[in-house]
Design a protein around this ligand. Sequence first.
Ligand SMILES: Cc1cc2nc3c(=O)[nH]c(=O)nc-3n(C[C@H](O)[C@H](O)[C@H](O)COP(=O)(O)OP(=O)(O)OC[C@H]3O[C@@H](n4cnc5c(N)ncnc54)[C@H](O)[C@@H]3O)c2cc1C
Length: 397
Amino acid sequence: MTSTSADSRVLIAGAGPVGMTAALILAREGVPVTVLEAGSAFSTESRASTFHPPTLEMLEELDVLDELMKIGLYVPTFQYRDRERGLIAELDLSLLSGDTKYPFRIQCEQSKLTQIIYEKLKDVPHVEVLFDSRVTVVEQDDHSVTAVLENGKRYIGEYLIGTDGARSAVRKSVGAEFEGVTYPERYLVISTHEDITSWIPDISFVNYISDPQEWLVLLRTPEHWRAMFPVREGVSDEEAQSMENVQHKMQTIGDKQGAWPILHTTIYRVHQRVANSYRFGRVFLAGDAAHINNPLGGLGMNSGIHDVYHLAPLIAGRISGSHDDADLDSYDLYRRQVSEEYVAVETDKNWRRLRETNEEERLKQQQELREIVADPARHLDYVRGTCMLSEVANARS
Ligand SMILES: Cc1cc2nc3c(=O)[nH]c(=O)nc-3n(C[C@H](O)[C@H](O)[C@H](O)COP(=O)(O)OP(=O)(O)OC[C@H]3O[C@@H](n4cnc5c(N)ncnc54)[C@H](O)[C@@H]3O)c2cc1C
């Protein structure tokens, strides 16, 4: 570890998976870090659950992968299905064995990662994670950046990383634009302890199920099954989350005698937006604060972790003197390009495929997926494209 003076502290707004990963990387480089988290504890919201191969490689490097793999589920395949026709194509991630040590996904709630990282950071003297610390404004001059909290406290650092999520106060404070679109439909997420394989035995742990009336996604996490359905315009959040509607949705998966046991339901509004810059002087945006997309494909948290895997060493290098200021600009150039040209495009494609209603088009897409898995070279190319391996390789080159 290199050591730095106390005034070279980095402030991180938001202790989600992206902020905590940034804190860990900086901590390991010897940089003093203060993480300012609005909540009084880590969020336990049921959101990201899929960790892709390149992210697993990064987490291995950060020495947190073993713990994640101990509690996560090993997922070597994922499926495209049709509600009526059943399995269309099973994609095999083990084909990636020539590209990565981890040719599979791990299914595990994102809240487990923040906790694992927290345990690693607890005893590091130059790192503090402060709860009940909502950042409202950031101010900066030529030498430092100040985070002003809701409670009036002020924290000074050399750089600040805004990882405070989709509604980022940091992003608003620096005046970043957040252009893009909001989807017409919201998503309803329902989780249950019921074993969905009782109704669909040949299912994988990750399944994208198209249908002209109502698509759905079925995912397994270590603790439960999770189903995600679109909520049409005109249906209120309350109606969508009513027990009657929730039971009706679950009955379309399996005709269960009696009620489905429901653990929780959540409604998400879905956006595709990218900030107009990821750098504003001494302030950087990463994760959902910088880019948000629909969750189809599981790229939001993963690409956010990749953001700080790129950014944090640049900041550490700048502080220790091995990088100059211009090197920090590469973060904005490269990571914003990944968001705009890959994440936004891939997730939108996944959404359009799932919600296609034209039967001729649906049959064409399904035939194409079958042909892809029947051809080893196309199959490999396809699975590479789903997990950001080439984007990470480009960053390293
Ligand atoms: C249903 C669903 C499923 C998803 N599945 C996947 C998936 O499988 N894989 C994947 O990669 N992505 C997935 N995503 C996206 C993923 O959840 C997000 O991309 C991820 O949470 C982003 O992490 P983050 O750390 O940037 O932000 P967040 O997780 O939103 O964390 C932000 C943190 O900042 C705190 N905060 C907020 N405001 C302030 C403030 N002003 N000051 C201080 N702290 C603040 C919050 O309390 C929170 O702790 C999914 C999303 C949804 C909705």
